[in-house]
Design a protein around this ligand. Structure first.
Ligand code: HEM
Length: 402
Protein backbone atom coordinates (compact mmCIF):
# COMPACT_ATOMS: atom_id res chain seq x y z
CA UNK A 1 0.00 0.00 0.00
CA UNK A 2 1.20 3.46 -0.36
CA UNK A 3 0.00 6.74 -1.54
CA UNK A 4 1.41 9.31 0.84
CA UNK A 5 3.80 11.72 -0.74
CA UNK A 6 4.83 15.19 0.31
CA UNK A 7 5.71 17.85 -2.19
CA UNK A 8 9.41 18.32 -2.80
CA UNK A 9 10.99 21.69 -3.47
CA UNK A 10 14.29 20.70 -4.99
CA UNK A 11 13.75 19.24 -8.39
CA UNK A 12 16.02 21.33 -10.62
CA UNK A 13 18.23 18.46 -11.65
CA UNK A 14 15.33 16.18 -12.35
CA UNK A 15 13.64 15.52 -15.70
CA UNK A 16 9.91 16.17 -15.80
CA UNK A 17 6.93 14.52 -17.52
CA UNK A 18 4.36 17.29 -17.72
CA UNK A 19 2.02 16.27 -20.56
CA UNK A 20 0.35 13.32 -18.87
CA UNK A 21 -2.85 14.06 -16.96
CA UNK A 22 -3.99 12.40 -13.76
CA UNK A 23 -6.87 10.91 -15.77
CA UNK A 24 -4.32 9.37 -18.18
CA UNK A 25 -2.58 7.71 -15.24
CA UNK A 26 -5.83 6.24 -13.97
CA UNK A 27 -6.84 4.96 -17.39
CA UNK A 28 -3.48 3.57 -18.50
CA UNK A 29 -0.27 4.49 -16.66
CA UNK A 30 1.95 2.21 -18.73
CA UNK A 31 2.80 4.63 -21.60
CA UNK A 32 3.91 7.27 -19.07
CA UNK A 33 5.92 4.64 -17.17
CA UNK A 34 7.59 3.52 -20.40
CA UNK A 35 8.65 7.09 -21.12
CA UNK A 36 9.86 7.60 -17.56
CA UNK A 37 11.97 4.43 -17.74
CA UNK A 38 13.53 5.62 -20.99
CA UNK A 39 14.24 9.18 -19.77
CA UNK A 40 16.07 8.77 -16.44
CA UNK A 41 16.32 6.70 -13.25
CA UNK A 42 14.26 9.27 -11.32
CA UNK A 43 11.65 11.42 -13.10
CA UNK A 44 9.18 13.97 -11.87
CA UNK A 45 5.58 13.13 -12.78
CA UNK A 46 3.80 16.46 -12.73
CA UNK A 47 0.26 15.06 -12.80
CA UNK A 48 0.81 13.32 -9.48
CA UNK A 49 3.26 15.89 -8.13
CA UNK A 50 5.88 13.29 -7.28
CA UNK A 51 9.27 11.86 -8.17
CA UNK A 52 9.11 8.29 -9.45
CA UNK A 53 11.50 5.39 -9.99
CA UNK A 54 10.38 3.02 -12.74
CA UNK A 55 13.31 0.73 -13.61
CA UNK A 56 13.52 -2.73 -12.06
CA UNK A 57 17.17 -2.56 -11.04
CA UNK A 58 16.81 0.96 -9.59
CA UNK A 59 13.91 -0.07 -7.37
CA UNK A 60 15.86 -3.10 -6.19
CA UNK A 61 18.83 -0.84 -5.37
CA UNK A 62 16.58 1.57 -3.46
CA UNK A 63 15.01 -1.26 -1.47
CA UNK A 64 18.48 -2.62 -0.62
CA UNK A 65 19.45 0.70 0.99
CA UNK A 66 16.91 1.57 3.71
CA UNK A 67 19.45 3.88 5.44
CA UNK A 68 19.17 6.23 2.46
CA UNK A 69 15.62 5.40 1.36
CA UNK A 70 13.53 5.17 4.48
CA UNK A 71 10.03 3.86 5.02
CA UNK A 72 9.60 6.30 7.92
CA UNK A 73 7.58 9.34 7.07
CA UNK A 74 6.35 11.37 10.02
CA UNK A 75 4.12 13.61 7.88
CA UNK A 76 2.54 10.70 6.08
CA UNK A 77 -1.21 10.68 5.68
CA UNK A 78 -1.08 6.94 6.34
CA UNK A 79 0.20 7.70 9.86
CA UNK A 80 -2.57 10.22 10.37
CA UNK A 81 -5.31 7.80 9.36
CA UNK A 82 -3.92 4.47 10.57
CA UNK A 83 -1.38 5.39 13.25
CA UNK A 84 2.31 4.50 13.11
CA UNK A 85 2.13 1.21 11.19
CA UNK A 86 5.02 -1.21 10.71
CA UNK A 87 4.93 -0.33 7.02
CA UNK A 88 6.27 3.11 7.93
CA UNK A 89 9.01 1.96 10.31
CA UNK A 90 12.60 0.92 9.66
CA UNK A 91 15.14 -1.45 11.22
CA UNK A 92 14.51 -2.95 14.66
CA UNK A 93 11.26 -1.06 15.25
CA UNK A 94 9.84 -2.64 12.11
CA UNK A 95 11.37 -6.09 12.68
CA UNK A 96 9.84 -6.60 16.11
CA UNK A 97 6.32 -5.88 14.87
CA UNK A 98 6.74 -7.93 11.73
CA UNK A 99 7.96 -10.86 13.84
CA UNK A 100 4.77 -10.72 15.89
CA UNK A 101 2.54 -10.83 12.78
CA UNK A 102 4.37 -13.35 10.58
CA UNK A 103 3.44 -16.58 12.43
CA UNK A 104 -0.20 -16.18 11.31
CA UNK A 105 0.78 -15.78 7.66
CA UNK A 106 3.52 -18.36 7.13
CA UNK A 107 3.12 -20.81 4.21
CA UNK A 108 2.57 -23.80 6.52
CA UNK A 109 -0.20 -22.03 8.50
CA UNK A 110 -1.77 -20.73 5.31
CA UNK A 111 -1.88 -24.23 3.86
CA UNK A 112 -3.06 -26.15 6.91
CA UNK A 113 -5.26 -23.60 8.67
CA UNK A 114 -6.43 -20.95 6.21
CA UNK A 115 -6.59 -23.12 3.09
CA UNK A 116 -9.54 -25.24 4.30
CA UNK A 117 -11.33 -22.11 5.56
CA UNK A 118 -10.83 -20.39 2.18
CA UNK A 119 -12.21 -23.45 0.43
CA UNK A 120 -15.33 -23.40 2.61
CA UNK A 121 -15.83 -19.68 1.95
CA UNK A 122 -15.39 -20.21 -1.79
CA UNK A 123 -18.06 -22.94 -1.76
CA UNK A 124 -20.52 -20.69 0.07
CA UNK A 125 -19.92 -17.77 -2.27
CA UNK A 126 -20.19 -19.93 -5.40
CA UNK A 127 -23.51 -21.40 -4.27
CA UNK A 128 -25.04 -17.93 -4.45
CA UNK A 129 -24.41 -17.42 -8.16
CA UNK A 130 -23.20 -20.48 -10.02
CA UNK A 131 -26.71 -21.32 -11.23
CA UNK A 132 -27.09 -17.93 -12.91
CA UNK A 133 -25.01 -18.53 -16.04
CA UNK A 134 -23.56 -15.02 -15.91
CA UNK A 135 -22.16 -12.61 -13.33
CA UNK A 136 -19.86 -9.70 -12.71
CA UNK A 137 -17.01 -11.49 -10.97
CA UNK A 138 -16.04 -8.34 -9.11
CA UNK A 139 -19.21 -8.23 -7.01
CA UNK A 140 -20.21 -11.90 -7.16
CA UNK A 141 -16.87 -13.47 -6.23
CA UNK A 142 -13.71 -11.39 -5.89
CA UNK A 143 -14.83 -8.79 -3.36
CA UNK A 144 -16.74 -11.08 -0.97
CA UNK A 145 -14.00 -13.72 -1.16
CA UNK A 146 -11.21 -11.27 -0.33
CA UNK A 147 -13.24 -9.57 2.42
CA UNK A 148 -14.46 -12.75 4.09
CA UNK A 149 -11.03 -14.37 3.99
CA UNK A 150 -9.48 -11.32 5.64
CA UNK A 151 -12.09 -11.25 8.44
CA UNK A 152 -10.97 -14.76 9.38
CA UNK A 153 -7.23 -14.35 8.91
CA UNK A 154 -7.14 -11.22 11.05
CA UNK A 155 -9.28 -12.88 13.74
CA UNK A 156 -12.41 -10.69 13.72
CA UNK A 157 -15.76 -12.03 14.88
CA UNK A 158 -19.18 -10.64 14.01
CA UNK A 159 -17.74 -8.47 11.21
CA UNK A 160 -19.31 -8.75 7.74
CA UNK A 161 -17.28 -8.62 4.53
CA UNK A 162 -19.13 -5.47 3.42
CA UNK A 163 -17.87 -3.64 6.49
CA UNK A 164 -14.41 -4.99 5.85
CA UNK A 165 -14.52 -3.78 2.23
CA UNK A 166 -15.88 -0.37 3.29
CA UNK A 167 -13.17 0.03 5.97
CA UNK A 168 -10.50 -0.95 3.48
CA UNK A 169 -11.65 1.58 0.90
CA UNK A 170 -12.14 4.38 3.45
CA UNK A 171 -8.67 3.85 4.96
CA UNK A 172 -7.01 3.76 1.55
CA UNK A 173 -8.89 6.88 0.42
CA UNK A 174 -7.92 8.65 3.65
CA UNK A 175 -4.27 7.69 3.21
CA UNK A 176 -4.31 9.24 -0.27
CA UNK A 177 -6.36 12.32 0.58
CA UNK A 178 -3.87 14.97 -0.55
CA UNK A 179 -6.58 17.43 -1.43
CA UNK A 180 -7.68 17.33 2.22
CA UNK A 181 -11.29 16.59 1.32
CA UNK A 182 -13.14 16.76 4.66
CA UNK A 183 -15.65 14.07 3.69
CA UNK A 184 -12.87 11.61 2.81
CA UNK A 185 -11.15 12.39 6.15
CA UNK A 186 -14.42 11.91 8.02
CA UNK A 187 -15.10 8.53 6.43
CA UNK A 188 -11.52 7.40 7.05
CA UNK A 189 -11.59 8.40 10.72
CA UNK A 190 -15.01 6.81 11.14
CA UNK A 191 -13.70 3.53 9.65
CA UNK A 192 -10.58 3.73 11.85
CA UNK A 193 -12.81 4.08 14.92
CA UNK A 194 -14.96 1.12 13.89
CA UNK A 195 -11.86 -1.04 13.36
CA UNK A 196 -10.62 -0.17 16.85
CA UNK A 197 -14.01 -1.04 18.38
CA UNK A 198 -14.08 -4.36 16.52
CA UNK A 199 -10.58 -5.15 17.81
CA UNK A 200 -11.56 -4.25 21.39
CA UNK A 201 -14.61 -6.50 21.15
CA UNK A 202 -12.66 -9.58 20.07
CA UNK A 203 -9.49 -9.22 22.14
CA UNK A 204 -10.78 -10.97 25.29
CA UNK A 205 -11.53 -14.04 23.14
CA UNK A 206 -8.02 -14.14 21.65
CA UNK A 207 -6.43 -13.55 25.04
CA UNK A 208 -8.10 -16.67 26.38
CA UNK A 209 -7.94 -18.74 23.19
CA UNK A 210 -4.60 -18.58 21.39
CA UNK A 211 -5.11 -19.47 17.71
CA UNK A 212 -3.65 -18.94 14.23
CA UNK A 213 -5.12 -15.49 13.55
CA UNK A 214 -3.09 -12.30 13.17
CA UNK A 215 -4.65 -10.71 16.28
CA UNK A 216 -3.87 -13.75 18.39
CA UNK A 217 -0.34 -13.81 17.03
CA UNK A 218 0.13 -10.14 17.95
CA UNK A 219 -1.03 -10.71 21.54
CA UNK A 220 0.84 -13.93 22.22
CA UNK A 221 4.14 -12.98 20.53
CA UNK A 222 7.37 -12.99 22.52
CA UNK A 223 7.26 -9.20 22.28
CA UNK A 224 3.50 -8.59 22.08
CA UNK A 225 1.92 -5.61 20.33
CA UNK A 226 0.52 -2.87 22.54
CA UNK A 227 -2.90 -1.44 21.68
CA UNK A 228 -1.55 1.33 19.43
CA UNK A 229 0.59 -1.12 17.45
CA UNK A 230 -2.33 -3.51 17.15
CA UNK A 231 -4.70 -0.81 15.90
CA UNK A 232 -2.19 0.50 13.37
CA UNK A 233 -1.05 -2.83 11.97
CA UNK A 234 -4.53 -4.29 11.72
CA UNK A 235 -5.56 -1.16 9.82
CA UNK A 236 -2.65 -1.51 7.41
CA UNK A 237 -3.54 -5.17 6.84
CA UNK A 238 -7.15 -4.15 6.15
CA UNK A 239 -5.99 -1.42 3.76
CA UNK A 240 -3.89 -3.93 1.80
CA UNK A 241 -5.66 -7.20 2.40
CA UNK A 242 -8.95 -6.65 0.52
CA UNK A 243 -8.22 -4.76 -2.71
CA UNK A 244 -5.08 -6.63 -3.68
CA UNK A 245 -6.36 -10.21 -3.49
CA UNK A 246 -9.63 -9.03 -5.06
CA UNK A 247 -7.83 -7.36 -7.95
CA UNK A 248 -5.46 -10.26 -8.47
CA UNK A 249 -8.38 -12.73 -8.73
CA UNK A 250 -9.91 -10.59 -11.48
CA UNK A 251 -6.64 -9.91 -13.28
CA UNK A 252 -5.70 -13.57 -13.32
CA UNK A 253 -9.11 -14.59 -14.69
CA UNK A 254 -8.93 -11.85 -17.32
CA UNK A 255 -5.40 -12.75 -18.43
CA UNK A 256 -6.38 -16.39 -18.87
CA UNK A 257 -9.70 -15.70 -20.60
CA UNK A 258 -7.98 -13.39 -23.06
CA UNK A 259 -5.39 -16.07 -23.81
CA UNK A 260 -7.36 -19.32 -24.31
CA UNK A 261 -4.34 -21.24 -25.55
CA UNK A 262 -2.52 -20.52 -22.29
CA UNK A 263 -5.65 -21.32 -20.28
CA UNK A 264 -5.92 -24.74 -21.92
CA UNK A 265 -2.30 -25.56 -21.14
CA UNK A 266 -2.68 -24.47 -17.51
CA UNK A 267 -5.89 -26.47 -17.10
CA UNK A 268 -4.18 -29.56 -18.45
CA UNK A 269 -1.22 -29.18 -16.06
CA UNK A 270 -2.39 -27.89 -12.66
CA UNK A 271 1.24 -27.39 -11.57
CA UNK A 272 1.11 -24.27 -13.74
CA UNK A 273 -1.50 -22.41 -11.67
CA UNK A 274 1.09 -20.76 -9.36
CA UNK A 275 3.02 -19.49 -12.41
CA UNK A 276 -0.22 -18.08 -13.83
CA UNK A 277 -0.80 -16.20 -10.56
CA UNK A 278 2.73 -14.73 -10.52
CA UNK A 279 2.33 -13.66 -14.15
CA UNK A 280 -1.01 -11.99 -13.39
CA UNK A 281 0.41 -9.81 -10.60
CA UNK A 282 3.48 -8.99 -12.71
CA UNK A 283 1.31 -8.03 -15.68
CA UNK A 284 -1.11 -5.79 -13.77
CA UNK A 285 0.32 -5.26 -10.30
CA UNK A 286 -2.45 -4.58 -7.76
CA UNK A 287 -0.19 -2.13 -5.91
CA UNK A 288 1.39 -0.01 -8.59
CA UNK A 289 3.37 2.38 -6.44
CA UNK A 290 4.52 2.88 -2.86
CA UNK A 291 6.76 5.60 -1.43
CA UNK A 292 10.14 5.92 0.23
CA UNK A 293 11.63 9.06 1.81
CA UNK A 294 15.18 10.20 1.04
CA UNK A 295 16.80 10.12 4.51
CA UNK A 296 20.02 11.92 3.52
CA UNK A 297 21.33 13.85 0.52
CA UNK A 298 22.52 11.37 -2.06
CA UNK A 299 23.38 11.00 -5.74
CA UNK A 300 21.39 8.10 -7.14
CA UNK A 301 22.40 6.84 -10.59
CA UNK A 302 23.62 10.36 -11.38
CA UNK A 303 20.54 12.13 -10.04
CA UNK A 304 20.95 14.51 -7.10
CA UNK A 305 18.40 13.73 -4.40
CA UNK A 306 17.84 15.78 -1.25
CA UNK A 307 16.89 14.72 2.24
CA UNK A 308 13.12 14.77 2.72
CA UNK A 309 12.19 14.15 -0.91
CA UNK A 310 9.66 11.40 -1.58
CA UNK A 311 10.26 8.81 -4.28
CA UNK A 312 7.32 6.77 -5.56
CA UNK A 313 8.60 3.28 -6.34
CA UNK A 314 6.50 2.29 -9.34
CA UNK A 315 6.67 -1.47 -9.08
CA UNK A 316 4.06 -1.87 -11.79
CA UNK A 317 6.43 -0.02 -14.13
CA UNK A 318 9.41 -2.14 -13.00
CA UNK A 319 7.33 -5.26 -13.64
CA UNK A 320 7.07 -4.16 -17.28
CA UNK A 321 10.71 -3.16 -17.65
CA UNK A 322 11.90 -4.60 -20.98
CA UNK A 323 15.43 -4.75 -19.58
CA UNK A 324 14.18 -7.56 -17.33
CA UNK A 325 11.09 -9.06 -18.99
CA UNK A 326 10.82 -9.90 -22.71
CA UNK A 327 7.75 -8.44 -24.40
CA UNK A 328 6.69 -7.13 -20.97
CA UNK A 329 3.19 -5.88 -21.83
CA UNK A 330 2.12 -9.37 -22.84
CA UNK A 331 0.42 -11.77 -20.39
CA UNK A 332 2.54 -14.90 -20.76
CA UNK A 333 2.38 -17.67 -18.20
CA UNK A 334 5.25 -19.39 -20.00
CA UNK A 335 7.75 -16.55 -19.93
CA UNK A 336 11.18 -17.19 -18.43
CA UNK A 337 10.81 -17.48 -14.65
CA UNK A 338 12.14 -14.36 -12.93
CA UNK A 339 11.21 -12.63 -9.69
CA UNK A 340 8.95 -9.58 -9.93
CA UNK A 341 8.16 -6.71 -7.59
CA UNK A 342 4.39 -7.00 -7.12
CA UNK A 343 4.87 -7.87 -3.44
CA UNK A 344 7.62 -5.29 -2.98
CA UNK A 345 11.15 -6.16 -1.87
CA UNK A 346 13.38 -5.98 1.18
CA UNK A 347 12.21 -5.99 4.77
CA UNK A 348 8.70 -4.76 3.92
CA UNK A 349 8.09 -7.55 1.42
CA UNK A 350 4.34 -8.17 1.68
CA UNK A 351 3.41 -10.03 4.85
CA UNK A 352 0.32 -11.47 3.14
CA UNK A 353 2.12 -12.93 0.10
CA UNK A 354 1.42 -16.57 1.00
CA UNK A 355 -2.21 -15.86 1.82
CA UNK A 356 -2.62 -14.29 -1.64
CA UNK A 357 -0.66 -16.98 -3.46
CA UNK A 358 -2.63 -19.78 -1.86
CA UNK A 359 -6.07 -18.24 -1.89
CA UNK A 360 -5.96 -16.77 -5.39
CA UNK A 361 -3.44 -18.90 -7.28
CA UNK A 362 -4.11 -22.31 -5.81
CA UNK A 363 -7.76 -22.20 -4.80
CA UNK A 364 -10.10 -19.54 -6.09
CA UNK A 365 -9.08 -19.18 -9.74
CA UNK A 366 -8.33 -22.88 -10.44
CA UNK A 367 -11.59 -23.92 -8.77
CA UNK A 368 -13.54 -21.26 -10.62
CA UNK A 369 -12.44 -22.65 -13.99
CA UNK A 370 -13.16 -26.18 -12.76
CA UNK A 371 -16.67 -25.27 -11.59
CA UNK A 372 -17.96 -23.04 -14.37
CA UNK A 373 -17.93 -24.87 -17.73
CA UNK A 374 -16.93 -22.82 -20.75
CA UNK A 375 -16.28 -19.72 -18.64
CA UNK A 376 -15.92 -16.77 -21.01
CA UNK A 377 -15.96 -12.98 -21.12
CA UNK A 378 -19.51 -11.78 -21.58
CA UNK A 379 -18.68 -8.38 -22.98
CA UNK A 380 -14.99 -7.53 -23.48
CA UNK A 381 -15.80 -3.87 -24.09
CA UNK A 382 -17.45 -3.61 -20.67
CA UNK A 383 -14.26 -4.74 -18.87
CA UNK A 384 -12.64 -1.75 -17.24
CA UNK A 385 -9.23 -1.64 -15.61
CA UNK A 386 -8.41 1.44 -13.58
CA UNK A 387 -5.89 2.99 -11.27
CA UNK A 388 -2.15 3.48 -11.00
CA UNK A 389 -1.36 3.48 -7.23
CA UNK A 390 -3.81 0.60 -6.94
CA UNK A 391 -4.85 -1.02 -10.23
CA UNK A 392 -7.25 -3.75 -11.24
CA UNK A 393 -10.44 -4.57 -13.16
CA UNK A 394 -13.40 -2.66 -11.74
CA UNK A 395 -15.87 -4.97 -13.45
CA UNK A 396 -15.51 -8.41 -15.07
CA UNK A 397 -18.72 -9.62 -16.74
CA UNK A 398 -18.51 -13.32 -17.56
CA UNK A 399 -20.85 -16.09 -18.70
CA UNK A 400 -20.71 -19.90 -18.51
CA UNK A 401 -22.78 -22.92 -19.51
CA UNK A 402 -25.40 -24.17 -17.07
C1 HEM B 1 -2.12 -9.93 -4.37
C2 HEM B 1 -2.19 -9.52 -3.11
C3 HEM B 1 -1.23 -8.54 -2.47
C4 HEM B 1 -0.31 -7.70 -3.04
C5 HEM B 1 0.02 -7.51 -4.52
C6 HEM B 1 0.35 -7.00 -1.94
C7 HEM B 1 1.38 -6.08 -2.11
C8 HEM B 1 2.11 -5.50 -1.07
C9 HEM B 1 3.23 -4.61 -1.24
C10 HEM B 1 3.79 -4.13 -2.59
C11 HEM B 1 3.70 -4.29 0.00
C12 HEM B 1 4.91 -3.38 0.32
C13 HEM B 1 4.45 -1.96 0.62
C14 HEM B 1 5.58 -1.07 1.07
O1 HEM B 1 6.72 -1.51 1.20
O2 HEM B 1 5.32 0.15 1.29
C15 HEM B 1 2.85 -4.96 0.97
C16 HEM B 1 3.01 -4.89 2.34
C17 HEM B 1 2.15 -5.47 3.23
N1 HEM B 1 1.09 -6.31 2.95
FE1 HEM B 1 0.50 -6.93 1.11
N2 HEM B 1 -0.20 -7.41 -0.76
C18 HEM B 1 -1.16 -8.36 -1.03
C19 HEM B 1 -1.93 -9.05 -0.09
C20 HEM B 1 -1.88 -8.87 1.27
C21 HEM B 1 -2.73 -9.54 2.23
C22 HEM B 1 -3.80 -10.58 1.89
C23 HEM B 1 -2.36 -9.09 3.47
C24 HEM B 1 -2.90 -9.46 4.83
C25 HEM B 1 -3.30 -10.68 5.15
C26 HEM B 1 -1.28 -8.13 3.28
C27 HEM B 1 -0.62 -7.48 4.30
C28 HEM B 1 0.49 -6.66 4.13
C29 HEM B 1 1.20 -6.04 5.25
C30 HEM B 1 0.87 -6.18 6.74
C31 HEM B 1 2.24 -5.29 4.68
C32 HEM B 1 3.30 -4.48 5.43
C33 HEM B 1 4.54 -5.34 5.59
C34 HEM B 1 5.68 -4.63 6.27
O3 HEM B 1 5.71 -3.39 6.35
O4 HEM B 1 6.61 -5.34 6.72
N3 HEM B 1 -1.01 -8.03 1.94
N4 HEM B 1 1.90 -5.70 0.29
Amino acid sequence: MGAELVQDHDIDAIRVISDVSFGDLLTDPYPAFRRAREIAPIVRLDAANILIATRFEDIMAIERDPDTFSSENPQSLVNKVMGHTMMRKDGAAHAVERKAVDPALRPGVVKSCWGPRFEALFEEIMRDFEGNGEADLFTALAEPMAGRALVEVLGFQGVGWKDMARWSQALIDGAGNYSNDPEISRLAMEAAGEVEEAIDRVLPYHEKNPNSSVLSSMIHAEQPHDKAQMYANIKVAIGGGVNEPRDSILTMVLGLLENPDQLERVKSDPNLWPAAFEEAVRWISPIGMYPRRVAKDTVFSGVQLREGQQIGLCVSAANRDAARFDDPDRFDVFREKKSHLAFGAGSHFCAGTWVARHMVGRLVVPKLFERLPNLRLNDRDAVQIRGWVFRGPTTLPVAWDI
